[in-house]
Design a protein around this ligand. Structure first.
Ligand code: SF4
Length: 387
């Protein structure tokens, strides 16, 4: 798919925009002033695949902690660290210059920054040669812009007015930043909303009416399957249209799920669209009345575990397509189209599984240890492919 043309923006060690890979972002939820906890979470997110990590800089304690956090993270990772500023950003950036210098990007929410605050933050970004994300959010859209549109568009549905306000606030703020001297290669825009249709609409508008690199996200997506599905639909449609240079999945974390879960979802979205590949593509059928579940289900489980173990040893594994299929109906076909595939015997079939390598029938296996036999074939294949 053709990506939208934008200026390239350098955020610390990561270049985004234009033809650069769509980058994955995440945000910490630790108290920023708690240096050790924040460093630990930044590294967890980064090692899970987050290529840019944002953290809130909301008070003096957070601003004072930033240089120490950056210093500690840099010993282990070059991941860009972004400061999220709102009501008092100008004061914090001015009062704590080491914070302003050590961050790789500032995120400014124009709805939560009055004119003076916004201007001063942009001026600090120019002085420190930092890029800025102008991040509008429907939950905190600029009240003046919204009121103006409500007066002008009496009778229009409120969601349409909100969409227009979000787009207008983002575009006006970007123009003001440019007028103040911030280059286009230092500006990223985002306009997050919690409704799927609205978010698609506003990003299409931003893409149509502005040249800037765009950070995509559905805000307040919720948690669990609902949050993942809503975000995947919104981001998937936009990315498929070539819109979006970085993404974040803003899931409300459940007590049981790690913060890194949102990073994994970002990877799956990009991988599903063939934009990037992080792990092997597993083609496995859901099973049905034909499936020998007592063979199929344990084998899928064991192979998934085996694949995770082998991934560190054989990096090539991440680029492969592996089919694990339940019966003769679609098994041989999917296996033939994969790099390596196994078609298991369904009920009423001969108790024999067929293994395919690169579109060629390789061998048949049978017995109670088909998972282990297939794992041996897989590892041999990986050894050969890694040479
Ligand atoms: S491949 Fe076979 S076992 Fe799997 S879902 Fe299709 S028919 Fe059922």
């Amino acid at each position: 798919m053709k990506r939208r043309k934008t200026p390239e923006v350098l955020i610390g060690s990561v270049k985004i925009g234009n033809e650069n890979p769509v980058a994955i972002q995440s945000m910490t939820n630790t108290l920023t002033a708690d240096i050790d906890a924040t460093v630990k979470q930044i590294l967890e997110l980064n090692f899970a695949g987050s290529e840019i990590v944002r953290l809130t800089v909301n008070d003096a304690g957070a601003a004072q902690a930033i240089p120490h956090i950056v210093e500690k993270v840099r010993k282990l990772s070059p991941v860009p660290i972004v400061g999220d500023f709102h009501f008092n950003g100008n004061v914090l950036l001015r009062k704590y210059p080491e914070c302003a210098q050590s961050l790789d990007k500032y995120r400014i929410n124009p709805g939560n920054a009055d004119d003076k605050n916004f201007r001063e933050m942009v001026e600090m970004a120019i002085k420190n040669k930092k890029p800025v994300r102008i991040g509008v959010n429907a939950g905190s859209v600029d009240a003046k812009v919204l009121q103006h549109l409500m007066d002008d568009l009496k009778g229009f549905p409120s969601d349409e007015i909100l969409e227009k306000a979000v787009v207008q606030s983002a575009l006006q703020s970007a123009k003001l930043a440019e007028d103040l001297g911030l280059g286009r290669d230092k500006i990223v825009l985002s306009a997050k909303m919690s409704d799927v249709n609205s978010v698609i609409h506003v990003y299409r508008e931003l893409a149509k009416h502005s040249p800037y690199a765009l950070h995509l996200g559905l805000t307040e997506a919720g948690s669990g399957a609902q949050g993942i599905v809503k975000t995947s639909i919104a981001l998937g449609i936009l990315l498929q249209e070539g819109i979006g240079d970085t993404i974040r999945v803003s899931l409300t974390p459940s007590i049981k799920s790690p913060r890194t879960h949102e990073v994994k979802v970002c990877q799956e979205i990009l991988q599903a669209l063939n934009l990037r590949q992080f792990s092997p593509r597993i083609i496995s059928c859901p099973g049905c009345g034909r499936t020998s579940n007592e063979t199929f289900l344990p084998l899928v489980d064991k192979l998934n575990t085996k694949i995770v173990q082998l991934q560190g040893k054989y990096p090539i594994l991440s680029s492969l397509k592996i089919a694990i299929m339940g019966c003769i109906v679609n098994g041989p076909g999917e296996s033939l189209h994969a790099d390596i595939g196994i078609s298991l015997p369904g009920k009423c079939e001969k108790p024999m599984a067929q293994i395919y390598l690169k579109g060629v029938h390789f061998k048949d296996i049978k017995g109670d240890d088909m998972d282990e036999q297939f794992a041996v074939v897989l590892e041999d294949f990986l050894k050969q492919a890694s040479k």
